[in-house]
Design a protein around this ligand. Sequence first.
Ligand code: CO8
Length: 255
Amino acid sequence: MSINLNLHLETHVAHLQLCNTATLNALSIELCKEIDDAVKACDEDSRVKAVLISSAAKHFCAGADISEMSQLTPEQVREQAFAGCVSYLARARKPIVVAVNGMALGGGCELVEMCDVVVAGKSAKFGHPEITLAAMPGAGGTQRLTRAIGKALSLDMLLTARSLTADVALQAGLVSRVVDDVELQAEAMKIAEKIASFSAPVAQRIKACVRNSDDLPLDRGLVEEMQAFHECFREDDFKEGLASFMDKRRPSFRH
Ligand code: CO8
C-alpha cells in the first residue's frame, strides 16, 4: 500500500486505483514507477486475467507533476528518460480497462491512450494543456492520440489546449464507452470481469494483434493475425469453446 496507489485482486481482475487525492494523481517519477511495477506484477501473476485502472480522486489524473518537473535539469530528464509511465504500461500483455472520471490531462490523458478499453464517466474530459506551460507531450500524446483520433483533432487539442467532453471523445475514437458518472466504477469493473471470463491467452493474442496494427503494413498484420488464429487450435480452451457451443452449455475456460 502506498499513498499513490492501491492494488487489489478481485477474482481475476486486478484493480489498480490511483489515490493521491492531494495532487490529483500528478505523475511524479515515483508514481510512474509504482504504476509500472504494479502493471508488470499483474502481467506476471497468472491469477490476473484483466486489469482495471481507476482514480479515487475527483479527477482521473492531472498530468505530469508540475512542481517536480520544475526542478529537473535537461541533463536529469535525459539521463532518466523522463516520461517514465510509458516504459511498461503501454507494453503490458494483459487487457487493461481504464475508468476515467473528471479530467484526464497531459500525462493523464497519455495514460488513458496507453490503455485498451476506455470507459468514461459522462462528465469526464480529456485534454493536452501542455502547451499552456510551454511544454509538450512526452509519453505518447503526439503519437498514440493522433493514431486514435487523427491529425486534425489531435493538433486542435495539442495546439489550442482544447479539451474534449466524454461524448466527443467517444465519437472521435479516444473513448470506448460513456456511462453515468455514478455507475462508472461498477460498469468498468463489469467490463473487466467480462474480459477476464474469456480465455486469457486468446484475449492477450487479440490485444497484441490490434496493438501491432499501428506499426505493421496491412499484409504483414494479416499474416500475424492468421498465425495467432492458428495458435488457438493448439489450446484446450478453444476445444472447450467449440464443444460448449455444440453442447448448448456455458464454457469453462482454464486459461
Ligand atoms: N502537478 C502537480 N500538482 C498538481 C497538478 C500537477 N499537474 N495538478 C494539480 N495539482 C495540485 C494543485 O497544485 C493543488 O494543490 P494545492 O491544493 O496544494 O494547491 C491540487 O492539486 C488541487 O488542484 P486544483 O485546486 O487546481 O484543482 P481543480 O479541481 O480546481 O483543477 C485541474 C483541477 C484542472 C486538473 C488543475 O489542477 C490543472 O489544470 N492542473 C494542471 C494540469 C496540467 O497542466 N497538466 C499538464 C502537465 S504537463 C504534462 O503532463 C506533460 C506530460 C509529459 C509526459 C508524462 C510524464 C509523466
